[in-house]
Structures are given as C-alpha cells and as structure tokens.
Design a binder for this molecule. Structure first.
Ligand code: F6P
Length: 360
C-alpha cells in the first residue's frame, strides 16, 4: 500500500478541507493508502513537520473554511536574496527531497495555485512523484476551466456589491468596491456582472478616467442617482505602469496594502465632482464556508487525485474540463497566469448589459 504526503500551499481558500477530505477518503477507503498531513505548505516538508491522518482527521471537515493542515507561502525554488539570508533555497529543495525519502512517501499531493503547481512541476523534475490540485479564489490557473475557491469568493463579492447598492442609493453616491484576484480580473468581472456593477475595471483592460466620468454623467442624466464601480485589485498595475520607479516606491510605502479603490474614487471625484466612497473587501473573500459548488468541485478533484495516485500517474494536476474531471501535465500550469482575454464572452456580456469596462 502507498503512503502519500498532502499539503496546502499559498493563500487559503474555501474548499481546501473538502478537497483534503476527498483525497483522503478515496485514498483510504478505496485504495487502502496512508495519508501524512504536512503542516503549513512546503515549510512543513522542509522542516519535516507532518503527522499521519486518521479517518477522524478528515471527517466532519467538508463544510469548514480554511485548511486543517495550515497554509504557507514558502517557495523553495525562489532565488535567495543577494545577501543577508543564510537559508539558500537549494538547501530547501534538498531538505524536501530528504524528508520525502525519510517519510517513506510514494507521492506528494499539493493543493495550491500557480506558485504551488509551479513548485510541484519543479519537484517532479527533481524526481519526486507529485499530484497537484488547483485551488484559488483568483481562478487564474492554466489547465483547468475552474479552480475551487472561486465560486465561494464570487458569492461573497456579489453579496458585498448587493449590500453597497442600498447604501449607495440612500446617499446618491458613487461606490467603488475593490475585489481580489491577484493579477487577473476574473473575480471582479464575474462578481461585477452578478451584482450589476455599472463600471468594472480589470487589469487586462487599461481604463480611461474620462470614459468612466462620461459614463457616470450619462447615468446621472438618465436619472440614476447612484453608481457602483467594481475594480479588481490587479488594476493597480495599470496605474503603476505609468509611474516611474521612485513614484512607485513611494506609492507602495504609503499603505500596508496598496489599494486601487481609493485611487479610483479620488479620480472619479476629481473628474465628475460626484461624492464617491471606496470599500476594499479584502480577506473576507477568502474566509468562511465553501459554496455548494466549490464543495462539489473540491470533492471530485480530490477523489480524482486519489485515482491518479492509485494508478501511479504522477507529475499531473487534476482539472475541470467542460463537464468532466481530467488531468494535465504539471508543465501546463507551471509558471503561467490565466488572465481574462479581451474577447472573453463575459466581457461582451458585461458590455451588452450596459456596463462600462473603462474603455469606449
Ligand atoms: O491568491 C489569493 C489571494 O487572495 C489574491 O487574491 C491576493 O492578491 C493574495 O492572495 C493575497 O495574498 P496574501 O495572503 O499573501 O496577503
């Protein structure tokens, strides 16, 4: 019988526990395998921090948010800083390989986003047996139609937009809401359409504040007393691209988390004179229970990962493909980010219902 290590790396998201349960239940009940839970992502594998998971550990966790294993952003292959850091990453890779051997692992199951699956690909090239699962609220993983976590975050973002509508209407204001998504605009685009945002700004489409101003003024002329602007956090890159190095450094140092929402709100007030407020939804988008759809996706991806383990099909990431579950070589997601194509049907859908995407 096989023994595998399982870890959750990168930021957490709803559905991680459902996926852990899916992998471990199928591996235990159908294939009689042993699961070792590795703590805090790759850090646990570097430090040898793991424990055997018994059926009790993966029972009753389907609906729980976060991850029972703990998450971590350790990237063992990342180049070390030029000086001052004694922990050379090569040592970390060697430590991982050594602990993999010492723990007697036949395979490593990694639950994560782009960074994690890239690390998985590199570890597979180092000779380790790896199976990846795609999780992220950003939905930016190449090789799968959807990652689990996205649907839950979409529901939270949509509810926030719904709630902003009533207060925007009461005060006749423009409300700007910033959603996560890292470098991609999926979450803002989908939540913006679901919540009826009047303007949606995503990093893939550079916006023109004059166009935004005109759209808001047109709405006011049509008798609309308020407007909702949904902006993806990644749209900050559009603003930063126009800055020189010094300006960018100053801008970044001004806040713990640089925000595009406040900047857009200020630009709107300057352009239109309309009273504007900003909301940064933040980590609430990653918290709490997974949606039904994410539970289903995480469970099926989890059990499919156990099937790959049983068949000894390593170096692959399980994926949603159309209406079925498949798998792709780990080289497919490695080092890539799936962004919103300009001609994506959802951009067209948004424009067709009168939403301004920041350009004419
Ligand atoms: O990848 C998920 C995500 O929540 C992104 O949307 C966001 O940019 C990032 O993680 C935040 O990272 P951290 O948890 O390290 O602050």
């Amino acid at each position: 019988t096989k023994t595998f290590g399982i870890l959750t790396a990168g930021g957490d998201c709803p559905g991680l526990n459902a996926a852990i349960r899916g992998v471990c239940r199928a591996a235990h009940d159908r294939y009689n395998m042993t699961a070792l839970g590795i703590a805090y992502g790759f850090r646990g594998l570097i430090e040898g921090d793991s424990r055997v998971l018994s059926p009790d550990d993966f029972s009753g966790i389907l609906t729980r948010g976060g991850t029972i294993l703990g998450a971590g952003r350790e990237k063992p292959f990342k180049a070390p800083p030029a000086h001052g850091d004694t922990e050379v990453s090569l040592d970390k890779v060697e430590a991982i390989k050594e602990n993999y051997r010492q723990l007697g692992l036949d395979c490593l199951v990694i639950l994560g986003g782009n960074g994690t699956n890239t690390t998985g690909y590199l570890l597979a090239r180092e000779g380790l047996n790896v199976v990846g699962l795609p999780k992220t609220i950003d939905n930016d993983i190449v090789g799968t139609d959807r990652a689990f976590g996205f649907n839950s975050a979409l529901a939270i973002g949509t509810e926030a937009i719904d709630r902003l509508h009533s207060t925007a209407q009461s005060h006749s204001r423009v409300m700007v809401i910033e959603l996560m998504g890292h470098k991609a605009g999926w979450l803002a685009l989908y939540a913006g359409v679901a919540g009826g945002g009047d303007i949606i700004l995503i990093p893939e489409i550079p916006y023109d504040i004059k166009v935004i101003g005109r759209h808001l003024e047109d709405r006011a002329r049509d008798g609309k007393t308020f407007s909702i602007v949904v902006v993806a956090e990644g749209a900050l890159s559009i603003v930063e691209d126009k800055m020189d190095k010094k300006e960018k450094k100053k801008y970044r140092s001004e806040t713990v988390t640089p925000s595009i929402a406040y900047r857009v709100a200020r630009e709107i007030e300057a352009e239109t004179g309309m009273e504007t407020r900003a909301t940064v939804l933040g980590y609430v988008q990653r918290g709490g229970i997974p949606s039904a759809s994410d539970r289903v996706l995480a469970t099926s991806l989890g059990t499919a990962a156990a099937d790959l383990l049983a068949r000894g099909e390593y170096g692959r990431m399980v994926a949603l493909s159309g209406d079925g579950i498949s798998s792709v070589d780990l080289s497919v997601p490695a080092g890539k980010v799936k962004t919103v194509p300009r001609d994506h049907y959802m951009v067209d859908t948004a424009v067709s219902v009168g939403t301004c995407m920041g350009v004419e």
